[in-house]
Design a protein around this ligand. Structure first.
Ligand SMILES: [Zn+2]
Length: 294
């Protein structure tokens, strides 16, 4: 039975230790995280075009950046994703029976509105300038409010309505909530030759003999440090001839460390939970198919 333990977690990144697992399982989770974890992202943008009279001035809906590029930038802005509050449009109770371009209700989409005017010296328009219509808790996350969208000068304005919907990374990268997803075998440090390992201890580095228990170093963080420190006595060094692999790094069979970051639309823990849910539901479907085929 595969066991999972979170060994390091913060707001945007996570490290998870798997035991009694194999590479194919880890790879399936890696791929699911990237392409199958549901996430909200802006999918359509409606730009209001034309002239606007305001404060005795005429403003035109134009700017230095083409609308297509603005839309592309908006798509990549992380949108807070609450899986329990939103449906995929094709599964939304109120929209699933409608034709595709008529779908969209508060249960399956969020509309962000933005109306901004330029200034003489140029005014930067940021992601934070668009506001959700309705629920304020869906505002652009503080951390990403300063993502630049475009810059407007006097006489220029922008007005748009951007609709975010739930999607999957396999359809477009904007719906992929993770980056830098990788897994490695769990490693430990092993002393093979006690007297020669003194060469490393004499260098007075961070890892010492005391960190080892019964000739083994198992702490994951410390093993990573040891791996770096072994370069002082490894290939291409004078000490290498004497040291002769007195301490080695060994891979632990069936143990892996998965690490990844999220883009901020959800916590890494939520991304992991959703990915494993997706994966297990897929396997359920396969087993049902097999049962019905037999
Ligand atoms: Zn709907």
């Amino acid at each position: 039975m595969v066991k999972v333990k979170i060994i390091d977690e913060n707001l945007n990144s996570i490290k998870i230790l798997f035991t009694e697992a194999d590479r194919s399982l880890l790879n399936a989770i890696r791929r699911t995280l990237m392409v199958d974890t549901p996430k909200m992202a802006i999918d359509t943008v409606r730009f209001e075009l034309g002239l606007v009279e305001q404060d005795g001035e005429t403003w035109e809906s134009t700017g230095p950046i083409p609308d297509e590029t603005v839309a592309q930038r908006l798509a990549m802005v992380p949108i807070v994703t609450r899986h329990d509050d939103f449906y995929f449009q094709n599964m939304c109770p109120s929209c699933k029976d409608l034709v595709e371009d008529q779908r969209g209700c508060p249960q399956c989409s969020v509309i962000y509105a933005c109306k901004a005017f330029g200034t003489e010296e140029g005014k930067m328009i940021y992601a934070g300038d668009m506001k959700p219509m309705g629920d304020d808790s869906l505002s652009i996350i503080d951390e990403f409010k300063e993502i630049p969208i475009t810059k407007l000068f006097k006489g220029q304005m922008i007005e748009f309505f951007a609709t975010a919907i739930m999607g999957r990374g396999r359809d477009h990268a904007k719906w992929s909530p993770v980056c830098g997803v990788s897994f490695i075998s769990r490693k430990i440090g092993v002393i093979k030759n006690k007297s020669k390992s003194k060469i490393l201890w004499d260098l007075d580095l961070e890892i010492t003999e005391k960190d080892f228990k019964n000739g083994k170093l198992e702490d994951i963080e410390k093993v990573a440090i040891l791996e770096r420190e072994l370069h002082h006595v490894g290939e291409g060094t004078e000490e290498m001839r004497e040291f002769k692999d007195a301490i080695v790094i060994e891979e632990v069979p069936e143990e892996f460390i998965l690490s990844f970051e999220t883009d901020g639309s959800m916590t890494p823990r939520v991304a992991f939970e959703k990915a494993t849910e997706e994966l297990s539901s897929r396997f359920d479907n396969i087993s049902q198919d097999i049962v019905s085929a037999l």
